[in-house]
Design a protein. Structure first.
Ligand code: GDP
Ligand code: CA
Length: 327
């Protein structure tokens, strides 16, 4: 049994940790299911000469037990000596938090990339330490970076790196457009396409539909593979009662003209029978009354993942809807 999931950072990572826990508690064939995760790399950024992959690291640290739980990203028990020294040298940027433990990950990754390893192989090597219990694949070995087009002080259109807009500006300037630099030339890896084609079930966790899952879908061939796979595709809404649970997904959705609602996101992904992605869709109990796209089987249930147990229940519900749709 093969489960393939697409993921961004926090929402996806918590869901995947729940999925692992849910599978461990099962006593049927699915308890031994292999999970392959296709991670968003369009949030990646080079800082101080180091390649930082925030979403891959959030997934790796969460599943490997190294995450700062309350914050949802970064390492637990972190210290910031290196950042303080860089600030003393007045070397920018000072708006992206990198702790000492986290720095080590980026140093190892950058060293391996410079030695010619692919990001897929580097990620596997980092995961040898963290043992996430699933295979973590970057969406592509080619660099893709999301940039956000905003209006500058002089009224002109300016593009800034997604992290600068998200972290430094807290998405305060309205996004006019997202540009996924490199996406048009980027190729999905053979591992990514095989994971989609060979899946028994495909899950879309509650990740940001625009800059996490949406960025993965920008890579040529991934959307087509999803639309063509024999596996049912089940998604989980990141929006509850018209609001994102964490983060500023509403600022991303409005930029692409999608309503911030469970139905808006489902409509954005589209029904597979109408050329979209979804066969099934989980919404929060408070969103039960809003109909999803025709042809998508919609169920409601609690969608908050405050505890690992809640995440396991949610992942179990997504899997059971998928199994029902497999018939
Ligand atoms: P990021 O890369 O760290 O921004 O993380 P993701 O793209 O994986 O997830 C961000 C999305 O997860 C946001 O749109 C949130 O609304 C959603 N999210 C976070 N926590 C929860 C939760 O407990 N339940 C649900 N349903 N969605 C969540
Ligand atoms: Ca992210």
């Amino acid at each position: 049994m093969q489960i393939t999931a697409l993921t961004g950072g926090i929402g996806g990572a918590r869901f995947l940790r729940g999925l692992r826990e849910h599978l461990q508690a099962r006593s049927d064939d699915w308890s031994g299911a292999e999970i392959t995760v296709i991670g968003n790399t369009a949030d990646d950024i080079t800082l101080f000469g180091l390649r930082v992959c925030p979403d891959l690291d959030t997934v790796m640290y969460t599943l490997g037990g190294g995450i700062h739980e309350e914050q949802g990203w970064g390492r637990a028990d972190e210290t910031f000596s290196v950042s303080a020294e860089l600030a003393a040298y007045e070397v920018p940027p000072d708006w992206f938090t990198l702790g000492d433990r986290d720095f080590a990950t980026h140093i190892v990754r950058t060293q391996m990339l410079r030695a010619g390893w692919s990001l897929t192989d580097v990620t596997a090597a980092l995961c040898d330490r963290w043992r996430p219990g699933m295979r973590l694949l970057p969406m592509s070995d080619d660099p893709v970076e999301t940039h956000v087009v905003v209006t500058g002080d002089d009224g002109s259109r300016q593009a800034v790196h997604f992290q600068e807009w998200w972290v430094r500006e807290q998405a305060r300037r309205p996004a006019l457009e997202f540009v996924f630099l490199g996406a048009a030339e980027a190729q999905p890896t053979a591992d990514v396409l095989d994971a989609i084609r060979g899946a028994d079930v495909v899950l879309l966790p509650p990740s940001n539909p625009v800059v996490s899952i949406g960025a993965i879908l920008q890579v040529d061939g991934i959307g087509d593979a999803l639309r063509a796979t024999a596996a049912p595709v089940v998604g989980v809404s990141p929006i509850i009662g018209g609001k994102p649970v964490r983060g500023m997904a509403d600022a991303c959705l409005s930029a692409i003209g999608v309503e911030t609602s469970a139905a808006g996101v489902a409509g954005h992904y589209g029904a597979r029978i109408a050329g979209g992605l979804l066969d099934g869709w989980l919404v929060a109990d408070e969103d039960t009354s809003i109909a999803g796209p025709p042809g998508v089987v919609q169920r409601s249930r609690p969608l908050l993942m405050t505890t690992p147990g809640e995440a396991a229940d949610l992942a179990g519900a997504a899997l059971s809807l998928a199994l029902e749709l497999r018939g």
